[in-house]
Write a protein that binds this ligand. Structure first.
Ligand SMILES: [Zn+2]
Length: 189
């Protein structure tokens, strides 16, 4: 699942999550367009350079490899870019399953447990593989304590899902009630 972010005057694309590739594009109308693809270690170097710029520091020259940073990447631009860049880095490096469980979308139900060793529980087809460690000790879910059992994690997920459903239901009920009260108020006038 490819994802793009659009901080003001910039675009970040991760076309193939977990392939270790990230595209940064400047979309300033008044300046020349600029675009670069950052593979593997250059993703880490880019994140460090943009973080340093955002903090008002000078990134070491040549750190971002062959593609030097464009002149429009100022300290202010780095501060605009940084939140989306952090997410793009996790998606590019660790893939959709880890990304969704690291930056969960509050509008989506809690993601199912995902075994980081063999890929069981992945929302994407064809990810699961065979892991001798999982055969011996059972799956281990990403984002849980080392001793948490796969069964326990599923019980917790069921509870979280039920809580999420209840909260959605309450929010929907509140919105309907507010709409009814608003309408009643208008009829009174
Ligand atoms: Zn597993």
């Amino acid at each position: 699942m490819s994802v793009s972010w659009y901080p003001q005057h910039w675009e970040l694309d991760v076309d193939n999550p977990r392939y270790g590739e990230l595209v940064l594009r400047a979309v300033h109308e008044d300046q020349n367009e600029w675009e670069a693809t950052f593979p593997g270690p250059q993703i880490g170097a880019l994140l460090e350079a943009v973080t340093e710029l955002a903090l008002g520091l000078e990134p070491a020259p040549g750190r971002v490899g062959a593609e030097s940073l464009p002149p429009m990447l100022t300290a202010a631009a780095a501060r605009t870019l940084l939140p989306a860049l952090q997410r793009a880095v996790v998606l590019a490096a660790a893939g959709t399953d880890i990304f969704q469980r690291t930056f969960p979308d509050p509008d989506e139900p809690p993601a199912k447990p995902f075994c980081h060793r063999c890929g069981t529980g992945s929302a994407i087809g064809g990810v699961a593989t065979i892991s001798p460690a999982c055969d011996d000790a059972g799956h281990h879910a990403y984002g849980t304590r080392p001793e948490a059992s796969w069964e326990h994690v599923h019980e917790l997920h069921t509870q979280q899902r039920q809580r999420w459903d209840r909260e959605r239901e309450t929010a929907r009920f509140d919105a309907e009630l507010r709409a009814l009260l608003d309408n009643a108020g208008e009829t009174d006038r």
